[in-house]
Ligand binder design. Structure first.
Ligand code: E4P
Length: 224
């Protein structure tokens, strides 16, 4: 499963990138609004830091407006993917852009039938928002499992990005469900790394190591 980071914050993106686990970035208007910087500058910075899929969202709701914004955004960098909401105009725009070789990430997906239509319209990615479904007492991950089944039934190439992730169990379940990608907030990426038994294990090893004379190779390594 590929790992994307769900943020527009360049420091978080750099820190996740340094871990060597990052395959891409997703942004949305809310995440952009938290940065107090221009949209284009943010996207250019992200493209400099990450060599992978970078989703940038249109804000027009009509077909022509979506296309205008999408064409401008895709001109910023070859890795920009256009995030488009799952509406009638959105599906039309996705299909037109696919014809021009521009990839779309269809966002705000809350049903398997919406996902079927996105794949038919030739979306490169579909983003089911699982946390927001959990918030209203649905099981968000059921949506991912249903989309996986439908896409496998018909060999659709559209990749499933599990979005609106709130905690590590969402990531685990996304991987178990066979999602192609999980887009994860930085805080949750950090939570994936941590385990109390790892911390106590390190502590014990280091205590025991005090009884071992310092090896020559480590002494040399310090001076190199
Ligand atoms: C994904 O592409 C979205 O930007 C994001 O996951 C939305 O998450 P939220 O429901 O926590 O706002």
């Amino acid at each position: 499963m590929k790992i994307f980071i769900d943020t527009a914050n360049i420091e978080e993106i750099k820190k996740a990138g340094e871990l060597g686990v990052l395959d891409g970035v997703t942004t949305n208007p809310t995440l952009i609004s938290r940065e107090n910087r221009g949209f284009t500058d943010i996207l250019k910075d992200i493209c400099r830091v990450v060599d992978g899929s970078i989703s940038a969202e249109v804000i027009s709701l009509d077909y022509e407006g979506m296309l205008r914004e999408a064409r401008s955004l895709s001109g910023i960098h070859k890795n920009i993917v256009i995030k488009i909401p799952l509406t009638k105009d959105g599906l039309r725009a996705v299909n037109t852009l696919a014809g021009e070789g521009v990839k779309s990430n269809v966002t705000l997906c809350f049903s398997p039938l919406q996902a079927l239509l996105a794949a038919k319209a030739k979306a490169a990615y579909i983003s089911p928002f699982i946390g927001r479904l959990d918030d209203i007492a649905h099981t968000g991950m059921d949506l991912v499992r249903r989309i996986r089944k439908i896409y496998d039934n018909y060999a659709f190439k559209t990749e499933i990005i599990v979005a609106s992730i709130r905690h590590p169990v969402h990531v685990l379940e996304a991987a178990m469900a066979g999602a192609d990608i999980a887009t994860i907030p930085y805080k949750v990426i950090e939570q994936l790394i941590k385990h109390p038994l790892t911390d106590t294990g390190i502590k014990k090893f280091l205590e025991d190591w005090k009884k071992v004379p310092e090896p020559e190779i480590f002494k040399k390594a310090k001076t190199n």
